[in-house]
Design a protein around this ligand. Structure first.
Ligand SMILES: CC(C)(COP(=O)(O)OP(=O)(O)OC[C@H]1O[C@@H](n2cnc3c(N)ncnc32)[C@H](O)[C@@H]1OP(=O)(O)O)[C@@H](O)C(=O)NCCC(=O)NCCS
Length: 169
């Protein structure tokens, strides 16, 4: 397996990032079900007891980029621990929406940074110039990740939601 990047989380777990593959779908769907209610709420900004078929289509079948963070194991399959998307924004060529989530157990240990760095690198290669992000205003981690991805050119907070746009090229 060729990885886009490899790294070590702050508690010592060795991880790697690779493009999402169609073979990841079942594991990712199961993984979404295992996320805490709080993590799903921050990711989708609404209550999400289960993924709808529209969610699954957007996450797994849509055009755009997706990279997964895995725990690589030599004797058996990688374990998927997180995913980041750059989903094309309709009517805005060169602009994609940044979405990211990692397993509860590894949050706050550098996984978001590894995923975002790899996604941004791939996005630049695909000619994406801008990433947008939509998050709760209180949700600091994705704002930090986006701010670190390039030059922040829009950053608005309204009614508890934050919208950012970052130039990555
Ligand atoms: C957003 C998310 C992917 C970040 O991944 P992570 O592995 O926890 O983040 P990292 O450890 O790489 O930290 C990234 C940055 O956020 C900061 N951060 C992480 N958790 C934080 C918290 N709870 N409060 C404030 N800042 C936080 C880190 O200090 C770091 O800042 P830096 O850029 O100054 O170094 C993860 O928290 C998550 O899955 N959240 C739920 C889903 C979500 O909110 N998605 C965003 C909307 S699409």
């Amino acid at each position: 397996m060729t990885y886009l990047s490899e790294g070590v989380l702050s508690h010592g777990l060795r991880v790697a990032v690779r493009p999402m593959s169609p073979d990841d779908r079942a594991e990712l769907q199961a993984g979404f079900q295992q996320l805490s209610e709080d993590t799903k709420y921050r990711r989708f900004m609404c209550s999400k007891p289960r993924l709808t078929s529209a969610d699954a289509h957007l996450l797994f079948d849509c055009e755009g980029l997706a990279v997964v963070l895995v725990w690589p194991r030599t004797s058996c399959d990688d374990v998927v621990l997180g995913i980041a998307h750059a989903i094309p924004v309709p009517g805005q060529p060169g602009t994609a929406e940044f979405c990211v989530v990692v397993a509860d157990e590894i949050q706050g240990r550098g996984a978001g940074h590894l995923l975002t760095d790899a996604l941004v690198q791939q996005a630049r290669l695909e000619g994406i110039e801008y990433l947008t992000g939509y998050m709760f205003a209180s949700n600091k981690a994705p704002a930090r990740l986006l701010a670190g991805a390039g030059e922040v050119i829009e950053d608005r907070i309204e009614a508890g939601a934050r919208e950012m746009k970052v130039r990555i090229s």
